[in-house]
Design a protein around this ligand. Structure first.
Ligand code: NAD
Ligand code: IPM
Ligand code: MN
Length: 358
């Protein structure tokens, strides 16, 4: 059997608490499905590493990670120690860019047993993907400050859209939509106000749509789209968005399904030239870190997405079935506080790992 080498990077805060639970499920799945997963742990991309070394990562991080089949990542950010724009730009955002993980795939699903803030919505009503562009757009380092420190200070930061960059994320989203039953794609835009890049995005969507006559396409400006996520989450199947819009939609989606604690993401380099990275949507949650109450399901679900990516659909489904079945029982002793229970990260993580079967 093939050995899969996986780099494990817990990062900061609750990343260090949920990653062990994710590994617990991955190890259970590996045992049951006879997979050979080899985990290598790294302490960089964290505030602890920064305190020791004065940088977020070693100079040769790229060489260190290049040979891995995947990266299993927790969360990074500890603003008391390192300003967020430094800790994130010098870690996670470098992974995404240098490893050309241009797809950020973020499922949004209302799960059984999870109380949703929306009235009258049941599991099955909300089940879609946010496909977020992950390497360019509004997240750019093009810009600067002029007349710094004077009252004429000017601050500029450009949005960068390349034809290659826009077309490849659209192609991924259209391919995904065409494989799904609903065959429907929604594009997030703001071409009424952002008058250069967003009309360009719209034009590329219209052009790409010509190759997919079986996929129905619509678009909404981001403002009303956020409203429709709350009012009509059942309308959506595949939602494709630029980097910043996708970021916002992928916290809002999980919030309407009850908690961002369950939301996973896959930062994918579809060509397989570089390792893809699997991390929950949430951050390091300094407000609850160290208390053992973080929901581990986002991290566990990431493990399922990673196994799917490595070609083990059955094992991935087994992990997914396990957490859905534990959630459906809605046992308050087991569920974490964000799910309305009083369980801990470890209790919930263990219950899920023990539930995995063939
Ligand atoms: P956050 O996602 O860390 O927390 C937002 C809120 O959600 C908090 O109240 C938190 O307690 C709660 N929450 C998050 N995950 C949870 C879980 N698994 N279980 C229960 N509750 C959970 O976002 P933030 O507060 O904006 O950011 C905190 C730090 O994390 C910052 O440094 C930020 O830059 C960083 N961050 C990192 C990532 C990442 O690594 N991918 C993502 C988002 C934020
Ligand atoms: C996410 C996070 C990151 C992003 C931050 C921490 C830079 O919010 O993964 O959604 O904006 O991409
Ligand atoms: Mn985000």
């Amino acid at each position: 059997k093939t050995t899969h080498r996986i780099a494990v990077i817990p990062g900061d805060g609750i990343g260090k608490e949920v990653v062990p639970e994710g590994l617990r499920s991955l190890e259970a799945a590996a045992r049951i499905f006879n997979l050979d997963l080899e985990f290598t742990h790294f302490d960089f991309a964290s505030a602890d590493y920064y305190l020791k070394h004065g940088t977020m990562m070693p100079g040769d991080w790229e060489e260190q990670l290049t040979g891995f089949d995947a990266i299993y990542f927790g969360a990074v950010g500890w603003p008391d120690v390192v300003p967020d724009h430094i800790s994130l730009w010098d870690s996670l955002l470098q992974f995404r860019r240098r490893f050309d993980q241009y797809v950020n795939l973020r499922p949004v699903k209302l799960l059984p047993g999870v109380p949703s803030p929306l009235a009258n919505r049941k599991p099955g009503d909300v089940d879609f993907y946010v496909v977020r562009e992950n390497t360019e757009g509004e997240y750019s380092s093009v810009g600067g400050v002029m007349f710094e420190g004077t009252d004429r200070e000017v601050v500029m930061q450009e949005t960068v859209m390349t034809r290659v960059g826009v077309d490849r994320i659209l192609k991924y989203a259209f391919d995904l939509a065409s494989r799904r039953e609903a065959k429907s794609l929604t594009s997030a835009t703001k071409s009424n106000g952002i008058s250069i890049s967003m009309p360009y995005w719209d034009t590329r969507v219209a052009t790409m749509a010509e190759n997919y006559p079986g996929v129905s396409v619509d678009k909404f400006h981001i403002d009303i789209l956020t409203a429709n996520f709350v009012l009509h989450p059942d309308w959506f199947d595949v939602v494709v968005a630029s980097n910043l819009f996708g970021d916002i939609l992928s916290d809002l989606g999980p919030a309407v399904t009850g908690t961002i604690g369950v939301a996973p993401s896959a930062n994918i380099n579809p060509e397989g030239l570089f390792p893809s990275l699997f991390e929950p949507v949430h951050g390091s949650a300094p407000d609850i870190a160290g208390r053992g109450i973080a929901n581990p399901i986002g991290q566990i679900w990431c493990g399922a997405m990673m196994l799917e990516h490595l070609g083990y659909s059955q094992a991935a489904t087994a992990i997914q079935d396990a957490f859905e079945s534990v959630l459906a029982e809605a046992d308050a002793q087991v569920l974490t506080p964000d799910l309305g229970g009083h369980g801990t990260t470890g209790i919930l993580g263990t219950a899920i790992a023990e539930r995995i079967t063939k």
